[in-house]
Design a protein around this ligand. Structure first.
Ligand code: UDP
Length: 506
């Protein structure tokens, strides 16, 4: 039997219950286990099916998934039965949902106490600031996990440091604002930052900042070669050497089976989906999916459908089913005859699609994406050019990365950020013609070959980073080594991250 000091470190992973946070954290769990660590991931019962892939993982014996009951709705104010952000009837409830997670603090402490071997550290999603209390109580390091780009994190840190938030808030809607102190000239407008600078969001991010500042280090779902200048600057801004890029974590899903179950049961049979893709020409399929929290109005989603129809190319259109839009979209689909007209070349997925499986297929030719960080990095990793359609928050900056800095996609022409619950106000931002033209540009436009060449190069670098001896693989090993050493040294005070990175708000 291994002596106590030789036992591998035990990582306690606490993800936010939202697909864009839970999925990469589950991937991280697999990677840690593959590299010898023991892992416990905590979630609530309803979210278990979304991390099912962990239960069939070859390193299963080193991974456990434990449950905490989601706080009752009388206490949390979150509608009964909603245990994931994607099941909220409106995104206006997201702040309430985030606050409700803090009611899990006590139960997490109790669970921590019962775990054997004792966790060596906590890896917390940035949106769960209360986890710092658990880390302090048990005197273990907290590592903050960001599935965000370095460009976004640095932009937020710089906005805060430069003290320009009031100036931006008082700018006119059309005024072009240059983001301060970035390696490149990145321009935005107030309507694009309206979500990020929203008072309620500001309050939430202030809490997150405090917890992140008191953390031991940062884990990023990215790879060193993706945004090297921004990563370097981010390291300087945080004043922390302990910033580990360990991604793209989606690449840990090597087999079809892993890709199929990633994030939960798909609304389409994987064999059917693969057979359909196999029948298409390489690089010919337009894949359109706006993420797990997509909050655009039905009329806007219909514009996307019409663009796909107008293109005369094969497509997979993922329609997220929400209470707000489901009936209107179903009515339109059945009355307009859309599916009948497009069935020879189109596949409509109502609900969850096996995104990584689809993007990894040679037939994938363009990705209409809302620029969530996971989707962005999945598009890059699979080498599929993107049509960037950001909705809110970091997605605005990811779009800049895709279009302007990496030049691996084109913009669909979105001018405003959507505010949680304010979708109706924004209404239809992009008409069918603009969407169609943007997709056409990515598929066949000038510079399209260069774009694909750049993507091939980035995709190869991403894969190389994750291979044995690659940068992300080495970073992961260094991270595990760091925690192993701390475990061996016993309790002490942990370094503090110098600058606030997750928000621009004081
Ligand atoms: N995803 C998926 N199928 C879907 C919708 C989303 O597999 O139908 C996955 C996608 O691959 C990504 C995650 O869900 O890993 C979404 O995260 P992202 O950061 O892109 O956006 P969010 O949904 O958080 O806005």
């Amino acid at each position: 039997m291994a002596s106590k000091s030789k036992q591998p470190p035990h990582f306690l992973l606490i993800p936010l219950m939202a697909q864009g946070h839970l999925i990469p954290m589950a991937d991280l769990a697999k990677l840690l286990a593959e590299n010898g660590a023991r892992v416990t991931l905590i979630t609530t019962p309803q979210n278990t099916s979304r991390v099912n892939s962990l239960l069939s993982h070859p390193n299963r014996s080193q991974i456990q998934v434990l449950h905490l009951q989601f706080p009752p709705h009388q206490q949390s104010g979150v509608p009964q039965g909603c245990e994931n952000c994607d099941s909220l009837p409106s995104l206006s409830l997201l702040p309430k949902f985030l606050s409700a997670t803090s009611l899990l603090c006590r139960a997490t402490e109790d669970l921590f106490q019962q775990l054997s071997p004792r966790p060596s550290c906590i890896v917390s999603d940035t949106t769960l600031p209360w986890t710092i209390k658990v880390a302090h109580k048990f005197n273990v390091p907290r590592l903050v996990f960001y599935s965000f780009s370095s460009l976004y994190l640095l932009s937020m840190a710089n906005l805060r440091a430069a003290g320009v938030i009031d100036k931006i808030m008082s700018a006119s809607e059309s005024e072009v604002i240059v983001m301060p102190n970035l390696p490149d000239k990145v321009e935005v407008t107030k309507p694009q930052l309206i979500f990020t600078l929203d008072a309620e969001f500001m309050e939430l991010t202030n809490e997150m900042n405090k917890a992140d500042q008191a953390s031991h280090g940062i884990i990023l779902n990215s790879f060193d070669a993706l945004e090297p200048n921004y990563l370097e600057e981010l390291k300087k801004a945080t004043g922390s050497e302990k910033l580990w890029c360990v991604g793209p974590v989606s690449l840990c899903n090597r087999d079809t089976a892993d890709k199929v179950v990633r994030g939960g049961k798909a609304a389409i049979d994987e064999h059917e989906c693969l057979k359909w893709l196999d029948r298409q020409q390489p690089g010919s399929v337009v894949y359109a999916a706006l993420g797990s929290l997509c909050n655009v109005v039905a009329a806007q989603i219909i514009e996307l459908g019409l663009a796909l129809e107008a293109l005369n190319r094969p497509f997979i259109w993922v329609i997220r089913q929400t209470e707000a839009t489901k009936n209107q979209l179903e009515k339109w689909l059945s009355e307009s005859g859309f599916e009948e007209r497009t069935k020879v070349r189109g596949l409509v997925v109502r609900g969850w699609a096996p995104q990584v499986l689809i993007l990894s297929h040679p037939a994938a030719g363009a990705f209409v994406t809302h620029c969530g960080w996971n989707s962005t990095i999945e598009g890059i990793t699979t080498g599929v050019p993107m049509v960037a359609w950001p909705l809110f928050a970091d997605q605005i900056f990811n779009q800049r990365l895709i279009v302007q800095l990496l030049k691996v996609g084109v913009s669909v022409g979105v001018e405003r950020s959507v505010v949680w619950g304010g979708e109706e106000e924004v209404g239809v931002q992009v008409k069918m013609e603009s969407i169609r033209d943007a997709i056409e540009k990515v598929m066949d436009g000038d510079g399209n070959k260069e774009m694909r060449r750049r993507l091939r190069d980035l995709a190869e670098r991403a894969k190389a980073a994750m291979e044995e001896g690659g940068s992300s693989n080495l970073n992961l090993k260094l991270l595990i080594e760091d925690i192993t050493q701390i475990k061996a040294q016993g309790p002490r005070k942990y370094p503090i991250i110098k600058l606030l990175v997750s928000s621009c708000h004081t």
